[in-house]
Design a binder for this molecule. Structure first.
Ligand code: NAD
Ligand code: TDX
Length: 347
């Protein structure tokens, strides 16, 4: 199994996974298939662009004809699906593309895996499908209770994937990871948004009381877990991937400010996200039984991540300058129309 199709490989986790695979397996060929939405960027893969074992194809996972062609042309043996619309706030503003890509796109890939009798399909999923966890931790057997159009579409995709195992014994596995952070994460998600705003001395918009809890997983640890599941996961199984590093958003925010030596007065409590899950928590016994452990401590990994955003300002400044619309909607709760710029804001 040395020819991999990595869908969504130009995004945050996917691009880190591509680097991980090319480095760890010197005989593997990687084809990245990505639509290059606002979140997918070729710059994320610039350092591997000249690697003869890497090919990039621009395409939509909903385009069955192109998916089939690429699988045949490159003699693909396994698919790892990272492609998705991923930002909860965007799913609240505009759910349609989430249902299209996250559910229908997954169906298209599954049909291709079935048609060409591929050896493995990995669905990269999320802890958000379980919904909020008031106490204890969710195991893979717990019922799903998604709260947002994003998590509902991811839950739908997971169920579809598992149904292909039950019906056709397709060699599928599903991972469900907690919140990732690290290099190349688009600066709309909490950690990169707050690091880049803090570097710019701009306000950090904390939703509600700031006491929602997430379990933070360094992206490199997730890449190792996905690699393990790709090679050793059991078909038809789900694997939770968490780091056991639960922090409130306020704790994360304070640590970012402290690391960057910025004042606490930059914190701005804003209107809560509708349907905002209070806490996520995963029981990771299964993936740990395969021998995986997260290797990086949150505080050290966050410091490394802050350093990465300080060292790679060209990467995110370009993105942020085109993102003032979403910023405006977030800050002012209304849609920006026409070509007006946000007065007095350099974003
Ligand atoms: P991302 O938004 O950074 O990247 C998504 C990638 O998918 C982009 O490159 C985008 O261009 C591509 N894409 C979107 N629609 C596509 C389509 N129709 N066809 C082809 N490509 C398309 O996302 P990420 O944070 O790297 O997340 C990757 C996967 O991991 C997603 O499936 C997400 O649900 C899951 N996940 C993410 C996290 C997290 O904390 N970031 C946690 C758990 C699970
Ligand atoms: O501006 C913000 N202010 C704020 O308080 C943003 C962007 C977020 N938050 C809060 C909301 C959440 O409690 O921070 C927490 C994390 O928010 P996000 O970074 O948007 O992540 P989350 O909603 O938890 O979802 C993420 O983790 C699971 C990813 O976006 C998903 O793709 C993944 O599946």
């Amino acid at each position: 199994m040395s020819k991999l199709l990595i869908t969504g490989g130009a995004g945050f986790i996917g691009s880190n996974f591509v680097r991980h695979i090319l480095k760890k397996y010197p005989d593997y060929q990687v084809v990245v298939y990505d639509k290059l939405t606002y979140a997918g960027r070729l710059e994320n893969l610039q350092d591997v662009a000249d690697n003869p074992r890497y090919t990039f194809v621009r395409g939509d996972i909903c385009d069955a004809g192109l998916v089939d062609k690429v699988i045949q042309k490159h003699r693909i043996e396994a698919v790892i699906n990272f492609a998705a619309e991923t930002h909860v706030d965007r799913s609240i503003l505009n759910p349609g593309s989430f249902i299209q890509t996250d559910v229908y796109g997954t169906y298209v890939l599954l049909e291709a895996v079935r048609k060409f009798d591929l050896r493995r399909y990995v669905q990269v999923g999320t802890d958000e499908v379980y919904g909020s966890c008031p106490q204890g931790s969710f195991s893979e057997a717990d019922r799903l209770g998604p709260s947002s159009p994003y998590s509902a579409s991811k839950a739908g995709a997971d169920l579809l994937v598992l149904s292909y195992f039950v019906t056709w014994r397709l060699p599928v596995v599903v991972t469900r990871s907690s919140n990732n952070f690290g290099p190349f994460q688009y600066p709309e998600k909490l950690i990169p948004l707050f690091i880049t705003n803090a570097i710019n001395s701009q306000p950090l918009p904390l939703y509600g009381d700031g006491l929602n809890v997430r379990d933070w997983l360094y992206v490199f640890d997730n890449c190792e877990a996905i690699d393990l599941v790709l090679h050793q996961g059991q078909a038809g199984e789900i694997y939770n991937i968490g780091a056991d590093q639960e922090r409130t958003n306020l704790e994360v925010t304070e640590l970012i400010l402290k690391t960057l030596n910025r004042p606490r007065s930059l914190i701005q409590f804003v209107k809560d996200r509708p349907g905002h899950d209070r806490r996520y928590s995963l029981d990771c016994f299964k993936i740990r039984s395969l021998g995986w452990r997260p290797q990086r401590k949150f505080e050290t990994a966050l410091a490394e991540t802050v350093q990465w955003y300080q060292d790679n300002q060209d990467w995110w400044r370009k993105i942020k300058s085109g993102e003032f619309r979403l910023y405006y909607e977030k800050q002012y709760g209304k849609t920006l129309t026409g070509t007006a710029e946000v007065p007095g804001k350099k974003y």
